[in-house]
Design a protein around this ligand. Sequence first.
Ligand code: FE2
Length: 287
Amino acid sequence: MNVIPTGQALGAEITGIDLSKDVSAADREFIVNAYTEHLVLLFRGQSLSFDDLLRLREVFGPPGKAANQLLGLGRKKYLPDEVPDDITIISNITDAAGKPIGALGDGEAFWHTDSSFTETPISASLLHAIEVTEQGGETGFINMYKAYDEMPAGLAAKVNGRHANHSKVHNSAGMRRPEFAEVTDPSKAPGVRHPLVRTHPATRRKCLYLGRRQNAYIFDLPVPESEKLLDELWAHTCQEKYAWHHKWRVGDLLVWDNRCTMHHRNPFSPNARRLMHKSTTAGEPVT
Ligand SMILES: [Fe+2]
């Protein structure tokens, strides 16, 4: 195997492995070391079944659950019986009756980290491309270690030691989950409290942990001050110098560490088809 870094703030391609076959202990160690160093890994040309995607996640951690189950909302209604509970379908495709076969549609998915609205958010996300778009649908990533390390001193002083509420109400495309009421005051949004700066359990390095901007709230501040500080923090974090954007091909598998990265998806044409399969690993409480 070889590791080919993107040359940008994070991400590397791993070549020379067929992930449809069992991963040896030596290969596993090689892959996990690259994952720890580069935060996002790309494997091209992979042909993977649902079972492969569920087996592969265990290279990166213990099995994790899909967002709906983490929220206690049960199984996604649209999932056909042949899709295992721990697989999420990300797609804009509809079935013969016009019902979506997957989540997130064709719109933009705003910068976020997966499932930060739970006490114990997932760690790795594995996303495998089955159908891709010619244009749009690219996935971007941000290195949250770098964003933390390079915070201006004034901003760092305002952020260190603070905690934020991570709202459960909207998904990453900004769509409200029907089980929750619309939020009018972000300080009262149903959610979970996490520190704005976390220590990665494997590397022991500090990084920013922001979740998503929509309905975020920094505890112990009046809402206008929380909004102002969040805007400043997000403007600092979402700079291109901390980012890498991936243009998908069929057969790509991307694996990212949600504990130290955020991701974003560009919108694409509603006439185009995009189909992705996703599995996850369980993480740890955020400290
Ligand atoms: Fe996501």
